[in-house]
Design a protein around this ligand. Structure first.
Ligand SMILES: NC(=O)C1=CN([C@@H]2O[C@H](COP(=O)(O)OP(=O)(O)OC[C@H]3O[C@@H](n4cnc5c(N)ncnc54)[C@H](O)[C@@H]3O)[C@@H](O)[C@H]2O)C=CC1
Ligand SMILES: C[C@H](O)[C@@H]1OC(=O)[C@H](O)[C@@H]1O
Length: 247
């Protein structure tokens, strides 16, 4: 049997928050593996256009779709547009996320809701939207970008940790429900990856990590491509954390 690493040619991937950071790196990595890519973005049309161009230079099709993935109507409308342009979404990477950082007792209900809706509810809404077509073709990959915060509490706060732990429960549930339908469901739990997200957080330092450095977005992206290429791994969390948390 051909190596599963070659199995993504012609597949379509949807990546939320795909215009920068880990999402951008994942879009490029999946395109390099032969995927056509739908890049969801929220703010920067310029960044989204840039990643679309970069994917096209790899010889794959790419489109940018603006949507706030915490809003059901925008999710459903985006998925329909992606399917119209690129066909069935074979791979969903739930990457979009926020980590509002302030002293934890100053966090209020709106911080909680915004974080849960963006990081967790979005993954539910998107998964529910793409699974029916995956079931039709008996092939699909659900990838949830969680965090070491789900396992250790992390350094952001209870709102963020809860949103990332919730993603693991969602991932496990879909893994159980869809195992016999050719659809895998897995999570990646990075620790500190050198992107915009941690640059804003002053209490995040490389010495928190045993290997002594932040991870690179490309290291997460390659793990996403590997997970998406494998049909026998499901219900798993790949810890990509420089030794911070050892399961
Ligand atoms: N950077 C790190 O150290 C770690 C990051 N993560 C997770 O990795 C994922 C990607 O984070 P990074 O690339 O580091 O951060 P980033 O801040 O560079 O990228 C996050 C992306 O999500 C998008 N986004 C935010 N809210 C959105 C919404 N409502 N709708 C659509 N898009 C939205 C942003 O526009 C941005 O493009 C996040 O889920 C984050 O929680 C997990 C562990 C470590
Ligand atoms: C380990 C921390 O939670 C770290 O903080 C962030 O903002 C990243 O998402 C990581 O999870």
């Amino acid at each position: 049997m051909e190596s599963s690493l070659k199995s993504l040619t012609g597949k379509t991937a949807l990546i939320t928050g795909g215009s920068r950071g880990i999402g951008r790196a994942a879009a490029l990595s999946l395109a390099a593996q032969g995927c056509d890519v739908a890049v969801n973005y929220l703010n920067s049309e310029e960044d989204a256009t840039s990643i679309v161009r970069a994917i096209e230079e790899l010889g794959r099709r790419a489109y940018a779709f603006r949507a706030d993935v915490s809003r059901q109507q925008e999710v459903e409308s985006m998925v329909k547009k992606v399917q119209a342009e690129l066909g069935t979404i074979d791979i969903l990477v739930n990457n979009a996320g926020i980590n509002p950082s302030r002293p934890f007792l100053e966090l209020d209900a709106s911080d909680w809701s915004r974080t849960i809706e963006t990081n967790l509810t979005s993954a539910f809404l998107l998964s529910q939207a793409v699974i029916p077509a995956m079931r039709q073709q008996q092939w699909g990959r659900l990838v949830f970008i969680s965090s070491v915060a789900a396992q250790t509490g992390g350094v952001v706060g209870p709102h963020y940790a809860a949103s990332k732990a919730g993603m693991l429960g969602l991932m496990h549930s879909y893994a159980n429900l869809l195992a016999k339908e050719g659809i895998t469901s897995n999570a990646i739990a990075p620790a500190l990856i050198e992107t915009e997200m941690i640059r804003k957080n002053k209490n995040i330092r490389p010495d928190l990590i045993p290997v002594g450095r932040f991870g690179h977005a490309e290291e997460v992206a390659d793990a996403i491509a590997f997970i998406a290429s494998n049909g026998y791994i499901t219900g798993q969390t790949l810890n990509l954390n420089g030794g911070w948390y050892m399961s």
